[in-house]
Design a protein around this ligand. Structure first.
Ligand code: PRP
Length: 184
């Protein structure tokens, strides 16, 4: 879906598809270099990270394993609750693995700080984070991100995996959702 297909619902495009792809290529070069000779396990956090995972993994010129977790940090609203539940766990044994968590966005930071600690307790050799977006203005806890795409303002953003009420995930760009959509 293009931004023009839902232009009435969007305030503006914040990060375009081409800017995302260029940034992921940049991050992929760093990751290839840092994991040279190792085979990292990419852990995608469902559902938002599906697009980042798909594009980042294909950009990487090294072998990787991929696994998925589903956690729930939000209720029905737009604010983090701080409660993290595992809805789907990994199938992979993390013993001595180098793990790279792949996320779409760090909002409050609660999900990733919890997840990093949780995966670290499973015997992984290392646990690093790659996140496409981060909202410094919404941070409740500090999260150590090794590979970051963009810092963005504290606005309600959708697209490229990010949803509002399960819509807009298939939008190609990251865009600011117009307030009338979630205030109505
Ligand atoms: C979003 C996002 C992160 C989390 C970030 O997921 O994908 O996992 O929230 O927020 P935090 O930093 O405040 O914890 P969400 O719970 O909306 O689920 P989804 O990926 O399935 O849309």
């Amino acid at each position: 879906m293009e931004a023009s297909d839902v232009s009435a619902d969007l305030t503006r495009v914040l990060v375009s598809e081409s800017e995302i792809r260029a940034k992921l290529a940049e991050l992929a070069r760093r990751i290839e270099n840092d994991y040279d000779g190792d085979r990292p396990l990419l852990v995608g956090v469902l559902k938002g990270a599906v697009m980042v995972m798909a594009d980042l993994a294909r950009e990487l010129r090294i072998h990787v394993d991929m696994d998925w977790m589903a956690v729930s940090s939000y209720g029905a609203g737009t604010q983090s609750s701080g409660v993290v539940r595992i809805l789907k766990d990994l199938d992979t044994d993390l013993t001595d693995r180098r793990v790279l968590i792949v996320e779409d966005i760090i909002d409050s930071g609660l999900t990733l700080s919890w997840l990093k600690e949780n995966l670290g307790l499973r015997g992984a050799k290392s646990v690093e984070i790659c996140a496409l977006l981060r909202k410094p203005g919404a941070a409740k806890v500090d999260v150590d991100v090794t590979y970051l795409g963009f810092d963005i303002p504290n606005e309600f953003v959708v697209g490229y995996g990010l949803d509002y009420a399960n819509r807009y995930r298939n939008l190609r760009d990251v865009a600011i959702l117009a307030p009338h959509v979630y205030e109505s």
